[in-house]
Design a protein around this ligand. Sequence first.
Ligand SMILES: CC(C)(C)c1cc(CCc2ccccn2)cc(-c2ccc(S(=O)(=O)CCO)cc2)c1
Length: 240
Amino acid sequence: ASQHRLWPEIEKTVKQQVAMARMGIGECGSGWQLFAEDGEMKMYRREEEIDGMVVDPLKAVHVVKGITGHEVCHHFFSPQYRYDWETTLEQMTVLETISDDTLLFLQTHKRIWPASQRDVVFWSHIRKLPNDQDRDGPDIWTVVNNSTGHPDHPANVGKCVRIFLTVCLLCQTRVNPPKDGTPLSRENVSCKITYCSVVNPGGWAPASVLRAVYKREYPKFLKRFTAYVTNQTKNKPIMF
Ligand SMILES: CC(C)(C)c1cc(CCc2ccccn2)cc(-c2ccc(S(=O)(=O)CCO)cc2)c1
């Protein structure tokens, strides 16, 4: 993949997004408002507009017991699971397999009233990162999705409004080994998830409507997705 035309952008974006995801909310600059909380899940957003377009950056942190960072990233990255957990997905096409850890997607999403239908073209890259804080701790896993152009799928030509996004899912596995030396089981693992996203919904949509959609959709997405991974992995060997 290193010789692919997108590789320099992928390298740069992954490094940038991982650095941002690792910063705590306090360090991430001011203006983050907590807008949703459910148990371990906390969701923050900043109100930001570009050319009058709502692009509110979102940062969510969540801790889920019984699954690992590799399992969370694997189910987020791999196309074969996406229709199971991405409820707004209408059509997903892998336009290019850049390498086994990098895919190019075209997705059309279901129309959400009153906005018109949206589509998105993005590269998606999954990577294991050394855990530089805790050397003998489990690795950190990440998936970064970033919009890109594609000659065969120009923006805003068909019926869909093109959205532009950068998404980073960063997962840190925690292991609490059993005292009595019994083999490791899912009770002994948990995953700290940081989900960062900036989505420019493209086209015109009233700020109030978009903010209401964000507020409703994002907490649903993260709860649904993590419940899906828990359900998919519960009777399977742990994937570190
Ligand atoms: C929630 C909002 C920011 C507005 C939004 C609206 C729409 C367009 C469809 C839609 C969904 C929900 C509400 C309105 N429109 C899509 C997305 C979106 C698409 C893709 C990804 S991904 O990270 O690539 C995961 C793989 O699908 C994340 C977010 C977000």
